[in-house]
Ligand binder design. Sequence first.
Ligand code: PMP
Length: 294
Amino acid sequence: YYNQDTFIYLDGEFVKADQAGTDLFGQSLHYGYGAFEGLRAYSTHHGTRIFKAEEHFERLAYSCNAINLPYQWNARQLVAETYQLLEMNNLRAAYIRPLVFSGSNMHLTSATTSKIMIAAWEWGPYLGQNLLRVCTSKIQRPNPKSFRIDAKVSGQYINAILAASDALKNGYDEALLLDQEGHIAQASSENLFIEKDFKLYTAPLDHVFPGITRETVIDICKALHIEVIEKKLTLQDVHEADSAFLCGTAAEIIGIKEVDHITYKEDWEHTIGATIQRKYKQLVLEEENYEVII
Ligand code: PMP
């Protein structure tokens, strides 16, 4: 992720990544009490462009607010500083990781101070480019009554790590997780869409993380007059679908070949997912006018 020439942004300054640090007596390290984001910059014909940059920084503010972690920055300014960071690291396309973490405090009480760091590095599609083999996980998503599942909070990702690593250990590429009611919610760090009879279905917002890519997919579908139905999905719905795909900033749009060894019959290239995948690429690369599509 970095070498001796890499810069990161740390609380208003650009510093060498290998010389930056934090103290070991903080709630983020001990309790996972931090909030973060994942953005992507693309090398477009108009230069480097971060896709939906302000939306991501606004969600970071929302996540901090959800857990009472002080957030004292301005989205527009952070976007400008992120562009500067990309330039300093000679990155034309990159994955970008802002993290807000608590200052020194070991109490189990709301943080009183916080800092922000932003790092960027080259990263291909998170789950690769081949169709995925996924399984349903024994590990459930956190209960929304015990955790703010709409916030991107560090500690919550232990759930993702456990589910994804269990799937990998068993020879799969990714896991699908059930929500507290036993419905299929999403993958460890991507949202799920299934296609059935030329319509798309995805789990409703109060059961999943509100992915920005999920929203983009819905907007692309609106522009293409493809119906998207938000409803609780059963395992049977997922197994009996015509096709399915995952979406997220890191993974982008990636098709699923099989779920629990049940292979989708539809040839991926002929699915709605494949169309969305092409449109998404055009959008992020600004080959299509954003206003026209959305
Ligand atoms: N679900 C979870 C749990 C995630 O961490 C992410 C990635 N932030 C997503 C879904 C996809 O969200 P987005 O499209 O905003 O990257």
